[in-house]
Design a protein around this ligand. Structure first.
Ligand code: ADP
Ligand code: TRP
Length: 330
C-alpha cells in the first residue's frame, strides 16, 4: 500500500510563525518519508467563519506563497486549492449521507460555538460550521491519505474521518483507507506576543512573511512583566524565552537562560530573539520576495496542481457513484 501524507491550511489571515513551526515546516520535512504528499489550501473551509471575500482571496495567495517560500517542491508533491477540485464537494455530500448527525453533535468546534449561546442553543450556527468535519473527511478520503499531520485541535476531526470512512466501507464496499493523524509534538504550541497561543483569532501573531522592520516591530510588542534590567528573570512561562527555543541552538538557549539569571533587560532579550528568528526566516523572506514578484506563478502552479490531482479525484468519484448506484443508464 502506498503511504500518502496530506494536509491543508484554512485560508484565513496571514501566515504566522505558529503556522510555520507547527504546520508548514514539519509537513514539508515529512514528505521524504512518504510515497506521495498532498498539500492544499482549504478555501472552502475559510468561508465557514469568514464572509470577507477580499480577505479570503488575499489569504489564498499569502498562504500559497508561504508554503512555496518554506521549500515545498511542486515537482515532488501535489499542491492545489480545494475549490479547484470540485469533486471534493461531491464527495462531501456523499459522505454526509453516511455520517451520523450524533457524531457531528459531538464536534468540539460545534460544541464550543453552542456553549456561548445562553437562550437558543443553535443561534448563529450555520450548517457549514456544523458539518465542517465532513468536508475535512472529504479532503482526506478523496486521495486515500494514510497519514495526516495536524495540530492537537484537529485530532478529533481525524477520528471522525475514520468513523465516516468506516461507515461508508461497511454500507457500500471497502473504498477508503482509515487515515492516521500525525501530531508533531503534543506540547508544541507556539505562544503569541501576548503569551496566549499564537493565533490569528487572538491578533497576537508574529507574521512569517513580513519585512525585517515589521518582524522587529512585532517582537518588540511581546508583552513582558515590569522587571528592570539587573533583576534576575524567570524563564518559565516567558514568551521570549519560549520562542527563542524554537530558533536557537542548545548553546544559545543556555546562554539566554544564563542571561536571565544575570538580569538581562527585556529590550536586549528581544533583540537576541529577533536575531535568531531573522536568521531562520531570512531565506524564506528572500524566496517570498522573488516568488511574489511573479504575478502569474501562483495561478499557474495551482491550476497545474489541480489538473494533476483531478485525475485521481475523478476516478474516485466515478468509483463511488458506481458503488452508491448513480450509474450511467445503458
Ligand atoms: P490560527 O490559530 O492562527 O487560526 P490555524 O488554525 O489556521 O491557525 O492553523 C493552521 C495550522 O497551523 C494548524 O495545523 C495548526 O495546528 C498550526 N498552528 C496554528 N497556530 C499554532 C501555534 N500557535 N503553535 C503551533 N501550531 C500552530
Ligand atoms: N481544518 C484544518 C485546520 O483548521 C484545515 C484542514 C482542512 C485540514 N482540511 C484538512 C487539515 C484536511 C488536514 C487535512 O487547521
Amino acid at each position: 500500500m502506498k503511504k500518502r501524507i496530506l494536509t491543508g491550511i484554512t485560508t484565513t489571515g496571514t501566515p504566522h510563525i505558529g503556522n510555520y513551526l507547527g504546520a508548514i515546516k514539519p509537513a514539508i520535512n515529512l514528505a521524504s518519508d512518504f510515497d506521495e504528499s498532498f498539500y492544499f489550501l482549504a478555501d472552502y473551509h475559510a468561508i465557514i467563519k469568514n464572509s470577507d471575500s477580499n480577505a479570503v482571496g488575499q489569504s489564498v495567495e499569502d498562504i500559497a506563497l508561504a508554503w512555496l517560500s518554506c521549500g515545498l517542491d511542486t515537482n515532488k508533491s501535489f499542491f492545489y486549492r480545494q475549490s479547484d477540485v470540485p469533486e471534493i464537494l461531491e464527495l462531501s455530500w456523499i459522505l454526509s449521507c453516511v455520517t451520523a448527525k450524533g457524531l457531528m453533535n459531538r464536534s468540539h468546534a460545534y460544541k464550543s460555538a453552542t456553549s456561548m449561546n445562553t437562550d437558543e442553543e443553535d443561534k448563529g450556527i450555520t450548517m457549514g460550521l456544523f458539518s465542517y468535519p465532513v468536508l475535512m473527511a472529504a479532503d482526506i478520503l478523496m486521495f486515500n491519505a494514510t497519514h495526516v499531520p495536524v495540530g492537537n485541535d484537529q485530532i478529533q476531526h481525524i477520528e471522525m474521518t475514520r468513523d465516516i470512512a468506516g461507515r461508508f466501507n461497511h454500507i457500500y464496499k471497502k473504498t477508503f483507507e482509515l487515515p492516521e493523524a500525525i501530531i508533531q509534538d503534543k506540547n508544541n504550541t507556539v505562544p503569541g506576543i501576548d503569551g496566549r497561543k499564537m493565533s490569528k483569532s487572538y491578533k497576537n501573531i508574529i507574521p512569517l512573511l513580513s519585512s525585517e522592520k515589521q518582524l522587529k516591530k512585532s517582537i518588540l510588542k511581546i508583552v513582558t512583566n515590569s522587571l528592570e534590567p539587573g533583576d534576575p528573570k524567570d524563564t518559565k512561562d516567558c514568551t521570549i524565552h519560549s520562542l527563542y527555543t524554537y530558533f536557537a541552538s542548545k548553546d544559545e538557549v543556555d546562554e539566554l537562560t544564563n542571561a536571565y539569571k544575570e538580569g538581562i533587560g527585556w529590550g536586549d532579550a528581544k533583540n537576541m530573539l529577533f536575531d535568531v528568528i531573522n536568521r531562520d526566516i531570512a531565506p524564506i523572506r528572500n524566496k517570498y520576495e522573488t516568488l511574489s514578484s511573479d504575478k502569474t506563478l501562483i495561478n499557474d502552479l495551482l491550476s497545474d496542481g489541480a489538473s494533476k490531482v483531478r485525475i485521481s479525484a475523478k476516478e474516485m468519484i466515478s468509483n463511488l457513484r458506481d458503488s452508491i448506484g448513480i450509474k450511467i443508464i445503458s
